[in-house]
Structures are given as C-alpha cells and as structure tokens.
Design a binder for this molecule. Structure first.
Ligand code: C2E
Ligand code: MG
Ligand code: MG
Length: 725
C-alpha cells in the first residue's frame, strides 16, 4: 500500500498550522483531511478510518488528550503523532503512554516531521498487512477445521508412542467419545481385542506414499453406553488408511519420524449389506430357511463327523402333494404364503442341530445328524411331520389342505456320500408319491430309479456337439430409461434326440464337471459372435452380446487368445462382447482370474458379474476387478412383489454399484411393479420375461428392425413394454 492511499487527519486549533501541514504533505503527494479543534477531530474519526492522526495537544474545549482518550476508548486503530507546542518531557511521556506513536515539538523541523510520518505510515501499513494475513490464516484454519470435523471419516494424528495428538469431532458421533478425552490416550483403547494385531501394523504405520497402509478393515469399540439397559460394548467396523509423518521429509538423512496420520472410514453399512447378501446366499428368501448350498455344506460336515464317530444320520426329502394345483388355481401369492406357513410347522418338528432346508419349489430337506436308534428315531419325526401338516392352513379365507410325501435315506446304509444319499432319499420320495402320496418311505436297494432321473447325460452330451444338437436363444436386455434394447444374453439349449429340450440347469454343471464345457463354450462364443456379425452387417442398431462363461472355461490357458481371435474373425469390436461370470468363478482362483479379466478388459471386452448376491459376496473386492456390470440375481426380484420394499437388498446393491460406477442389470424382471421400482431407484438395465423370454435369432432380428417400436402387446412371447422416451 503506498502512502498516498493511506488516510491522514491533521488536527489543530490554528488554521494556519493546519494549512501549512496540509500543504507540506500535498507537495509529497499525500492528501490529508483537516479538523479544526478536538471536537471536529472526533467527528472525523467516527466517520472514517484513518491510518495516521497529526494531533495538537493544547486546544480549547476538547484538547489532544481528550481526542487520544476517544481513540483508545473506541478502539480506533489510527497511529497518532503529537505535534505540540508543549516542550516538557512529561508532556511527551504522557502522550506516549496514552498510546501516541511519536511526539514532535513545534516548531518542527520539516525533515524530521516527514521521516516520522513516513515511518508511522510504513509501520501502519505493515501492521495492516499482518493483520490481513492473520485473518486469512485464521479463516483458512477455520475452513480446514470445519472440513476435518465435518468429514464423514475419523481423522487422527498419533505421536511416535501411538498416542493421539489430534482427532476430529467425528469420533463423538461414531464411537461416543469426546475428542478431548482421547488426546494423549493410546490408540489401543479403541481397538477390538481380536483386531489388535492388525491394528498394531496400521496404527504404527511409518511408510508413506503407495506403500502405506490402505483400506485395512478393523473393528473399533464404541464407548459403553451408560444407560443400564445396554451393557454390551458395541463395535464399529472401519476401513483404515494411514501413513507416517516426518520432519525434513525431503532429506532422508535428517528425516525424523513425528507420528502417524490416519483416516478411518465407517463401513458399517457396507458390512451390513455384505452380511445380508451372504445370508441370502445361504438362505431361501421366501422362508428364510437354509437353502440347497447351506444344506450341502452342513451335510458334508455331518457325514465327516458320522464317519469319524461311527454314527448314523438321515436325510428326509419332502415334497408337498398337490402344491402345484394350489399355486395354479389360487396364484403365487397364496402359494408363497402357504410355503411360509408350512415351513413354520416343519420347524416345530426339528431338534436343535437338525437342518431344515428349502430345496426349491415345494421341496424341503431335513438333515438329522446323529440318530442313535436309526430307523426308529427317524420314523417318529416323519410321522410327526405328517401329523403337523394335517390341520388346514387358512390363507385369505381359504382353508387349504396339504400333505407331504417323504423319502428317507440313512447314512451309511443307503450311501456313503452326499449325492448318493440325496439321490436315494429323492428316489424313495418318488416311490411314496407313486403309491398314493402322503406318507413316508425309507429307501431300499430294490427301488427302481424313475425314468427321467436316469437320463444319460454322459454319452449324450459327448455326441451333442457333433450331432448339432445345441442351439442358442437370445434374451433382450433393456435400458430402463429409454426402453431400447442395449444387448442380448446368449442362452444355450440342448435338443436331446430322445428326451427333447433340456435346460442348461440340467446339464451345465455336468458339462463343467466333465470339462466338456470348454468345447461347448467355444461353440457358444463362435455362434453368438456369428449371429452378432449378421446383425451388424445388416446395419441393425448396435447391441452388446452377453455370453455366460464358467470358471472351468476361464481357467483355460488360451482363453484370452481364443476370445480375441474369434472377435477378430467376425470383425467385432471388444466393447460389443460381454462375458458373464459368477462371483464363485472369481473366488475360485482370484489372482489368475483377475489377470485374465484385465487382459480381456484391455481388449475392450466387458465383464459382468452374473447372479450377483447369491455367491460369496465381498463388496470390497469389486473395485479391484475390471468389471463394468453387476447382474442382480433374479431371486431378489421376488422381494419386490412383497410389501415394504423401501430397504430392499436391490436398493442397496444399486446404490453401491453407482458408488463404484458400475452398470447394473436386474435379472428376472417379470412384472410392471418390479420395473417401476427399478426405475425409481435408477437401476440402469433390466432383463426378464416382462420384456421377452429367450428368443430365436430371427425374432431378435425382427425386433431390431422394428426398433424403436419393439415390444408391442401383439406378440405373446414378448410382453408389452411402455417406452419412456
Ligand atoms: P443366467 O445366466 O442367470 O441366465 C438367466 C436365466 O434366467 C436363463 O435361464 C433365463 O431363461 C432365465 N430368466 C430370464 N428372465 C427370467 C424371468 O423373468 N423369470 C425367470 N424365472 N427366469 C428368467 P436358462 O436359459 O435356463 O439358463 C440358466 C443358466 O444356465 C444361466 O443363468 C447360465 O448360468 C447358464 N447358461 C446358459 N447358457 C450358458 C452357456 O452358454 N454357457 C454357460 N457356461 N452357462 C450357460
Ligand atoms: Mg447369465
Ligand atoms: Mg443370472
């Protein structure tokens, strides 16, 4: 700031002095205001901010001392230079002790006066700048503090001994501690005892940059709630990233470790979502009973134990009689309610340690480990089950009667391994059904296997490729917002010469076990790409081709090369092909799978996680993978037909996927209600019977030609879908 921008006030009761001082300053480029006498000076000071006041002391009525007092009392920040006729030392001392910057005697030497004025203005200007800088600093610190304290994460600094020197206020709402009470305390007081080992590494992190700890999951303890009803210590799962802080950071020789800086993110919601998804992976959504996967898990454990302890165990395979009639005549809602009520009654028959599972449809399985008296114990339970189902079920005012046919196999008598035991219980069940239903039947060796269970897949599937018995169907995938077809999923069909059409559910796992899926998979890839090329060559709208790929196929060394060369042969750009894999495929051999997916992704090929939510789900692995799309399993679509869908798992998955910038497809969309909900929560794409069952390539061609008026009500296979352009 230059001198002529600063405001100067000259105060004197003598107009001659005023004028001469004003002129003196004007010659040097400084414009000053004047006040004749103390009273006018006070008026001026109250109206304008002055940097400097040249003040006479002896003035009538309001003298210089009064003006100084006014300046002090009103915290006016002007510097004051006394220019006075008073010559005594005391006068000078008094003036300075009242806060004057300097004291000059009249008559003054011009040079001395000018030097004093310039010094005062310079000092004043510096002081102003200083204050400005301080204000800015304080403001910036306030902003940082605000950012740190309102951050959703816990942010802290530890000293080299692991004690908190800083922690933001977020700790209060997350753990219940006040940040003040933690300063000086050791971090270990917050860590759950089972996580203390991991915590030691992260909290003592000395590394910086890429090598520092990132996203390590540990649990922190919440402060005990003082209300007597809550004694348990709650814990909070967090994801912790930390790094060392150093003095003389850039000079490795002089570098001294000052402590560790860290950010802890609350991941409770993610953990809860994972737990829910993992629960769903092993449970049936409708009845909350263990599902087939969990039953197999428990059964394999129970067989191992029975073998070791030379005990027996039993499997009861239970199928409701005439359930299909009820479902068909009264509808799915009543059918679902009936299954729920049946499962409640069945639960009342089982002991702790038994596993009652829903195998799908109207089939339940009961595992009874350790049956001491063998057949006698099991008979009692089977009779009890038949008994509890005897009373009618009342649903929507209807009285419904159901009975169950139960087939039973016993380890080790009827089989030494899981699959044999299940198969034999199943066969026994068909025998009781044949005999007129309602009752139970133990397996015996002379029972014949029902015809359709005997289907010889083995020899058949080997010839199927050569005999051209496979074909592909294509199911449309729709952009929910625009209603356009964005892709199709290729689904394999086997036309068995004797048994007719066989669905993938019946033969894929068999083809995987025998390794034949590798050749079949290549066939699928080639044919699907061939079809896509025909659509592209015909100038139809560009769509994506999704292809299912088993773990076994991805395990092939040459898989990346094979896919690339097929794409090249058909002149198809990478982004038009999507590979669908399941979570279990990823988990099977994480490292090599990730490597191969990256290779595919580098070639532009898209990767989707199929049946998401039904396998082992750890959402934290998602951001490590080069995937573009999550396909929400159709099992979750069912819950959208029930009440209270606000907190649906689908909602959680869609929100998470958005956070990770992934495309989400909902599978198995069958009703408008489901679609409305998906639209509401901003799910990107949908696939399901509402838009079309898997269709032949020719029908897809017709739809693509008709675009954008696809999906009219006229086609019975393809349900009407209102476009929402
Ligand atoms: P996926 O990949 O989850 O395929 C979707 C399945 O859901 C298809 O059964 C489809 O017909 C069915 N679906 C589609 N929309 C609806 C709906 O609205 N409601 C209901 N209830 N179901 C619907 P599909 O064709 O029987 O295939 C079953 C599974 O077999 C597929 O599940 C996939 O995992 C596997 N698969 C099919 N083709 C191939 C293939 O070429 N290679 C491999 N490795 N696996 C395949
Ligand atoms: Mg699929
Ligand atoms: Mg699927």
């Amino acid at each position: 700031m230059s001198f002529n921008e600063q405001n100067i006030l000259i105060v004197d009761d003598d107009p001659v002095v005023l004028k001469s001082l004003k002129d003196l300053l004007a010659i040097r480029g400084m414009d000053a205001d004047t006040a004749i006498g103390g009273r006018e000076a006070i008026v001026c000071l109250d109206q304008k901010d002055y940097d400097l006041v040249l003040l006479d002391l002896q003035m009538p009525y309001v003298n210089g001392h009064d003006v100084m007092q006014h300046i002090r009392e009103n915290n006016i920040e002007a510097y004051v230079i006394i220019v006075s006729g008073e010559t005594s030392f005391e006068a000078a001392r008094d003036a300075c002790s009242q806060g004057a910057y300097n004291f000059l005697r009249k008559p003054y030497a011009t040079d001395e006066l000018m030097i004093t004025i310039k010094n005062a203005l310079k000092e004043k200007s510096l002081e102003k700048q200083n204050r400005l800088m301080n204000d800015q600093l304080r403001e910036s610190e306030r902003l940082h503090r605000y950012l740190v304290n309102t951050s959703p994460d816990i942010i802290y600094i530890l000293d080299p001994d692991g004690k908190f020197t800083f922690i933001n206020e977020r700790i209060e709402s997350l753990l219940g501690y006040s940040y003040k009470e933690l300063i000086g305390k050791h971090y270990s007081m917050l860590v759950h005892q089972n996580d203390s080992e991991v915590a030691r590494y992260v909290f003592n992190e000395r590394r910086v940059g890429d090598r520092a700890s990132r996203n390590v999951e540990i649990r922190l303890k919440c402060k005990d709630d003082n209300t007597p009803r809550f004694f348990e210590t709650r814990t909070l799962p967090i994801e912790l990233s930390s790094m060392g802080i150093y003095k003389n950071e850039d000079n490795p020789k002089k570098r001294t470790y000052l402590g560790t800086y860290g950010v802890a993110r609350d991941i409770t919601e993610r953990k809860m979502a994972e737990e829910t998804i993992n629960f769903q992976a092993y449970h049936d959504l409708l009845t909350n009973l263990p599902n087939r996967a969990l039953l197999r898990d428990r059964l394999s454990l129970a067989i191992t134990q029975a073998k070791r302890n030379e005990e027996m165990l039993a499997i009861l395979f239970l199928d409701l009689d005439r359930f299909k009639n009820i479902n068909d005549s009264l509808g799915h809602v009543v059918g679902d309610e009936l299954l729920q009520q049946v499962s409640t009654r069945l639960k009342s028959c089982v002991r702790e340690g038994d596993t009652l599972a829903r195998f799908g449809g109207d089939e339940f399985t009961l595992l009874l480990p350790n049956i001491a008296k063998g057949q006698e114990d099991v008979t009692k339970i089977a009779e009890k089950i038949n008994h509890v189902l005897r009373d009618p079920f009342v649903i929507d005012g209807n009285e419904l009667y159901v009975s169950a046919s139960i087939g039973i196999s016993i380890y080790p008598r009827d089989g030494a391994n899981m699959d044999t035991l299940i198969k034999h219980a199943d066969i026994a069940m068909y025998h009781i059904k044949d005999k007129g239903k309602n009752g139970y039947q133990f397996y015996s060796k002379d029972m014949t296997t029902p015809y359709f269970k005997n289907l010889s897949l083995d020899s058949g599937i080997r010839k199927a490729l050569d005999n051209d018995e496979f074909h592909l169907m294509y199911q449309p995938q729709i952009n929910i917002r625009t209603g356009e077809i964005v892709g199709v999923e290729a689904l394999l069909r086997w036309d068995h010469p004797e048994h007719g059409p066989i669905t993938p559910a019946e033969f894929i796992s068999f083809a995987e076990e025998t390794g034949m899926i590798v050749d079949i998979g290549k066939w699928v890839l080639r044919n699907a790409c061939g079809e896509l090329k025909r659509w592209r060559d015909a100038g139809l709208p560009e769509i994506r081709m999704s292809i299912n790929m088993s773990a076994r196929q991805l395990a092939e060394k040459s898989i990346v090369k094979d896919i690339s060369s097929i794409l090249k042969d058909y002149n198809i750009p990478g982004h038009c092909l999507e590979i669908e894999i399941t979570e279990n495929t990823i988990m099977s051999e994480m490292d090599t799978v990730i490597y191969k997916l990256k290779e595919l992704s580098n070639r532009g090929i898209q990767v989707a996680i199929d049946d998401f939510g039904t396998g082992y789900s750890s959402l934290s692995y998602l951001h490590k993978l080069p995937i573009q799309t999550l396909k929400i399993d159709r099992a979750f679509m069912k819950e959208l037909n029930m009440k209270n869908t606000g907190n649906s798992i689908i909602n959680t998955i869609v929100a998470m996927a958005k956070g990770l910038n992934l495309n989400v497809i909902a599978e198995g969309v069958e009703t408008q209600q489901q679609l409305d909900y998906l639209q509401e929560i901003n799910c990107n794409e949908a696939q399901g019977f509402l838009f079309g069952k898997p269709l032949t390539a020719d029908v897809i061609t017709q739809i693509l030609i008709q675009e954008p008026f696809a999906f009219t009500d006229s086609d019975s296979d393809r349900r009407g879908y209102p476009r929402t352009h």
